[in-house]
Design a protein around this ligand. Structure first.
Ligand SMILES: [Fe+2]
Length: 193
């Protein structure tokens, strides 16, 4: 599996939007926490979070090309699926945008469900932090998050159904929120939160 250093170099090369870089990092942090909870490989799950939107700036944020052209980057960088990128990591990255009709992979296993849930929750937790009086994630509680998830007009773009799907891995929604919040609070200064 590709090293973290190489992943960071790829991000430097292909991702220019500051919020997107942060979003990928936050997804990495939450995925590590989820892997730890499930007894899975923390570094590998983290890297799937770190890389999942690698092509988003490259495709000009075009949803029709998103995730499809991840393959182009792999080809240009001589990265092989099954060698440099584990097959299940590749599958989860593709399936995180299965809504794209050009993507054949579907969410079907714990890594797939965890990646989609984590990348959606990471954005949601940032949105929760930004409406706190001090704008700090330290102030956000699990209750705040649960309450705001029920408000459809809050952070409308976040897919609540995909966050809820964490339960397919055996982790309850409440626990998922707890471990994700804790993991992001522990790295708050790095994330500027
Ligand atoms: Fe994402």
């Amino acid at each position: 599996m590709i090293t973290r250093e190489r992943c960071e170099a790829l991000i430097e090369k292909y991702v220019t939007t500051p919020w997107l870089k942060l979003h990928m990092k936050e997804s990495d942090i939450i995925m590590q926490a989820v892997a730890n909870r499930l007894g899975e490989h923390e570094e590998k799950w983290g890297l799937s979070g770190l890389l999942h939107d690698l092509d988003f700036d490259y495709v000009g944020k075009d949803p029709a090309r998103h995730v499809v052209e991840f393959d182009d980057i792999l080809k240009m960088e001589n990265l092989e699926v099954g060698k440099d990128i584990d097959k299940d990591v590749y599958h989860a990255i593709k399936a995180h945008y299965e809504e794209n009709p050009k993507v054949p992979e579907k969410r079907e296993n714990n890594l797939d469900y965890a990646l989609s849930a984590s990348e959606n929750l990471s954005g949601f937790l940032v949105a929760c932090a930004l409406v706190m009086p001090d704008k700090r994630i330290a102030t956000v509680t699990s209750d705040t998050v649960l309450r705001k998830l029920k408000k459809k007009e809050f952070a409308k773009g976040v897919r609540r159904d995909l966050i809820q799907d964490i339960e397919k891995t055996g982790i309850s929604l409440e626990e998922f929120i707890d471990i994700s919040l804790d993991s992001m609070k522990a790295r708050a200064s790095e994330l500027g939160l």
